[in-house]
Design a protein around this ligand. Sequence first.
Ligand code: NAD
Length: 367
Amino acid sequence: MGDAPRIGIIGVGVISGIYLETLTERPDIRVTAIADLDMTRAATVAAGIPGARALEVPALLADPDVDVVLNLTIPAAHADIALAAIANGKHVYGEKPLAVDFASGRRVMDAATAAGVRLGSAPDTVLGTGAQTARAVIDEGRIGRPIAATAVMATAGPESWHPSPDFYFLPGGGPLMDMGPYYISALVHLLGPVTAVVGSASRMRSERVIGSGPRAGVRIPVDVDTHVTGILEHAGGALSTLTTSFDSVKSSAAPIEIHGETGSLSVPDPNMFSGEVLFCPLGSRDWEPVGDRAGYVDAARGIGLLDMLAAATDAEVRASGRLGLHTLEVMTAVLASAHAGARVELETTVERPPLVPLGSSFDLTAL
Ligand SMILES: NC(=O)c1ccc[n+]([C@@H]2O[C@H](COP(=O)([O-])OP(=O)(O)OC[C@H]3O[C@@H](n4cnc5c(N)ncnc54)[C@H](O)[C@@H]3O)[C@@H](O)[C@H]2O)c1
């Protein structure tokens, strides 16, 4: 792949700015092309990156000066863009979810495997010091055998702040498909893969009102459940209870708590890279702060892509397509369970990704 991996970014909306900060400050990586359905937007972003060109999507996909496609489009476009990139022999790292339905996600994973290219999927927040420190505490045996977890994401929804929030309320959106990847991938890092789920879901309103940007005041339809709960049965025996909601006003629940035979852990927001991990051993009354013990320090979005490029083998990719597919199956199975009123067993499994040693850095010539 040469010394400096060449990245082509497709989709340069709200989240692309953070990725660009991570990628453009590194001398060992080059952003060579930018594409978006909105070519004005692509041209504006490309103009700010030395050596980058604005291209139409098909041109970027075929461009010999692109080794890796960074897919930051909306969820409904994730699978098609990934499949096209893989068909052109490119490695792919994409925003979550991997796809909006399990069959499409499976197609993407199978295509990447057949083509021998790497596939990575957000979120990468769980590679930061927050979730990784909690993982280290579990691996050290300090909570004993893990028994249960709770994970709570409860907000009023993104339409108040996102200028184009339509996709959050279309299939592939909703609180589970949008925010579930953070919580579920953290739970898999912490407790291992999931074997079966039970779900229940509801929807408070059939319309939402955009609260910011040029379309403020516009009513948009809600085509997804906006309060989704699930019980996740982990292969190791632990049970996680997950709540994701756009139908709440505020919550003081810990984002994630893990309970073991000899201790409990409070895990910071898995949508953030860092935060305070708290531990309470059996017999104690109070939480004790745990200093950082693992994880990429001062990380930001894009670290999962760097981790994918630096991994010596495909099996060591942490924000992997395999984890993205398993997470997607957990989510779609929770929704299927909610609609069928029945427990659903999963087809996929995944190894817990390797722990990130504290302060790890990269050698991007590995691939
Ligand atoms: N906004 C956030 O805070 C946030 C945070 C984390 C992850 N994400 C994820 O990042 C992704 C993008 O979110 P966003 O908020 O940046 O969305 P956005 O709507 O602001 O931007 C998406 C961009 O992709 C372009 N696009 C859509 N379909 C395309 C296609 N087929 N080909 C080329 N370009 C296409 C759009 O024109 C737009 O510029 C989503 O998967 C979202 O879940 C967003």
